[in-house]
Design a protein around this ligand. Structure first.
Ligand SMILES: CC(C)(COP(=O)(O)OP(=O)(O)OC[C@H]1O[C@@H](n2cnc3c(N)ncnc32)[C@H](O)[C@@H]1OP(=O)(O)O)[C@@H](O)C(=O)NCCC(=O)NCCS
Length: 200
């Protein structure tokens, strides 16, 4: 039901090839329904209100941190979305205190088996942490670190404007690894959620 999407979302979808377009539309529909169900409002009443660290915030923006408006007011939700290998992970904080944000990420470890990943994605301490791992154990641990990074970078809103090789995520209490199979994901995917909860 792409007619549930706003015109800026449909314009972004139209610019994509068929496969990525289907994935984008599915994610945006799922996110809109998720937000609407959490607040018990019709999904068609929501209008997009995304935020990008470079481009700003507003209804004309089709990328960046997700958000919606309802009848002229921002929804009382912090939201995050991730897609990987045909799966979608959604996260939310309902009625977040000022400044509270969430970031979620999901990844298929089999996509991270290429040479050079560690050098471009990991800090020296993280690379040392992987020393001695090989095969599936290496891919699993790479993926665990990667989803922790992307969850963190979505939580802060910086995204990959911050170099992932500069962000150490070995020990950050705001980030939780999702156990295998959590949130309805298949057990071979790795997921993480990061939540910043400013003191009230
Ligand atoms: C978001 C990002 C960290 C990870 O993306 P990815 O692994 O390719 O894809 P995922 O499926 O896990 O996540 C995509 C979702 O992240 C969210 N997202 C994008 N930018 C975000 C940001 N700055 N803060 C929080 N969430 C963001 C969106 O919900 C996006 O979904 P969409 O495709 O429906 O818009 C990375 O793509 C990124 O940093 N992109 C933006 C870089 C940027 O700011 N460029 C400047 C644009 S002008």
């Amino acid at each position: 039901m792409p007619q549930l999407l706003d015109s800026v979302e449909l314009e972004r979808a139209a610019a994509l090839a068929a496969g990525p377009r289907a994935s984008f539309v599915a994610g945006r529909l799922a996110l809109r329904r998720f937000a609407a169900e959490l607040l018990d409002v019709p999904p068609s009443d929501l209008t997009t209100h995304f935020s990008c660290p470079r481009c700003g915030t507003g209804p004309a923006l089709a990328h960046g941190r997700p958000g919606y408006m309802l009848r002229g007011e921002p929804l009382p939700l912090a939201l995050s979305l991730s897609r990987s290998s045909g799966w979608i992970l959604l996260g939310a904080v309902v009625d977040p205190p000022a400044g509270a944000q969430i970031g979620v990420d999901v990844e298929d470890p089999s996509r991270l088996g290429f040479d050079g990943f560690d050098a471009v994605a990991l800090t020296p301490a993280e690379q040392a942490h992987l020393a001695g791992l090989a095969g599936n154990a290496l891919l699993q641990e790479r993926a665990r670190l990667w989803v922790r990074k992307e969850a963190w970078l979505k939580m802060t809103g910086d995204g990959l404007t911050t170099g992932p090789e500069t962000l150490d995520v070995l020990c950050r209490p705001e980030i939780q690894d999702l156990p295998p199979g959590e949130a309805g994901l298949p057990p071979h995917l790795r997921g993480a959620v990061a939540v910043a909860r400013p003191q009230r």
